[in-house]
Design a protein around this ligand. Structure first.
Ligand SMILES: Cc1cc2nc3c(=O)[nH]c(=O)nc-3n(C[C@H](O)[C@H](O)[C@H](O)COP(=O)(O)O)c2cc1C
Length: 302
């Protein structure tokens, strides 16, 4: 038996594998294909105070090595999430992390306190969505705004606080250090990379929003480099994501310094990929005589 248990803030995960926010709905959508109790953690789609319609279609497009999306954070809003989705998810034996998004600091604070009041013990601050006009990315690209936001949410929320960083900055280590200093329990990275595609027949952008976020294998080397950089800058756990399609990708992130890994785009191609990645990490550990996953974290030799 290999031990794959990891600790992130106050959470103990049975294995390091999670779903990346926005790519696995509220869990329900995938529960026919995947035993949600096997997941290290379920990270649900970003929630805002009020429901959001998102951007008009087309808002997803396939690229040669990943996908481009500008969903614009469509979601059912906090109230519906708590009343209609939470009871179903609570029936599974997995950690739950709720990704939240606000336009103002007050909105993030309200979201976190109301979630805590409903028994939620872990939140991930999405400060890095490139596809909305206000909020989101503004917090992720200004150190002053990110510092203030993290401090205020930290004061209001006792549970596990994860800050999800944007790759759209010149030095991601500074944003990670700041999040740690203001009380974050963990850092997750990376969100999608701003990108675009053009239809040469119509000469129009492929996405209605013109630009979107690139995810999948195309961004993996960027994400991996950023996880490695952040691992040398902070002591708190890192949740690595960006192009993880199989167990080998996940192990690379863990060797680079990630305590947890999240799987996003891969879910669209193969709904069972999260489970295959969990199994694959276990097989790798058995084959290489690794008894505890901790032996792999930051295990890169360079
Ligand atoms: C369709 C789609 C929706 C997403 N929605 C969110 C979201 O609501 N909140 C968030 O923090 N990240 C969101 N993301 C970003 C992912 O969680 C993840 O950071 C990114 O896709 C990189 O991982 P991947 O290459 O494995 O997909 C979304 C990504 C996609 C593709």
């Amino acid at each position: 038996m290999v031990n794959t248990e990891v600790t992130i803030g106050k959470l103990t995960l049975k294995n390091p594998v999670m779903t990346a926010s926005g790519t696995f709905g509220y869990g329900e959508e995938y529960s026919e294909f995947v035993d949600l109790s096997r997941l290290g953690a379920l990270v649900v789609k970003g929630i805002s105070l009020k429901p959001m319609e998102g951007n008009p279609p087309p808002r997803i497009s396939e690229t040669p090595c990943g996908m481009l999306n500008a969903i614009g954070l469509q979601n059912i809003g906090l109230k519906k999430f708590i009343n209609e989705k939470l009871p179903f998810i609570k029936g599974f034996d997995t950690c739950l992390i709720v990704n939240i998004l606000g336009r103002t600091i007050d909105e993030y604070v309200r979201l976190s306190t109301e979630l805590e009041a409903s028994g939620l013990s872990a939140i991930e601050l999405n400060v890095s969505c490139p596809n909305v006009k206000s909020g989101g990315i503004e917090f992720g690209t200004s150190q002053k705004a990110l510092g203030r936001l993290t401090r205020k949410v930290r004061k209001a929320f006792k549970g596990t606080l994860i800050v999800k960083l944007s790759p759209k900055v010149s030095d991601i280590r500074e944003f990670a250090r700041l999040s740690e200093a203001e009380g974050a329990d963990a850092i997750s990275l990376i969100n999608t990379v701003p990108a675009m595609a053009i239809n040469i027949k119509t000469r129009m952008p492929v996405l209605s929003n013109v630009t979107g976020g690139l995810s999948g294998p195309a961004i993996k080397p960027i994400a991996l480099r950023m996880v490695w950089e952040v691992a040398s800058a902070v002591k708190i756990p890192i949740i690595g994501m960006g192009g993880i399609m199989n167990a080998s990708d996940a192990i690379e992130f863990i060797l680079a310094g990630a305590t947890g890994v999240a799987v996003g785009t891969s879910n669209f191609r193969n709904p069972a990929s999260v489970i295959e990645i969990i199994d694959g990490i276990e097989s790798y550990m058995r084959e290489n005589g690794i008894k505890h996953i901790k032996e792999l974290i930051r295990g890169i030799i360079c």
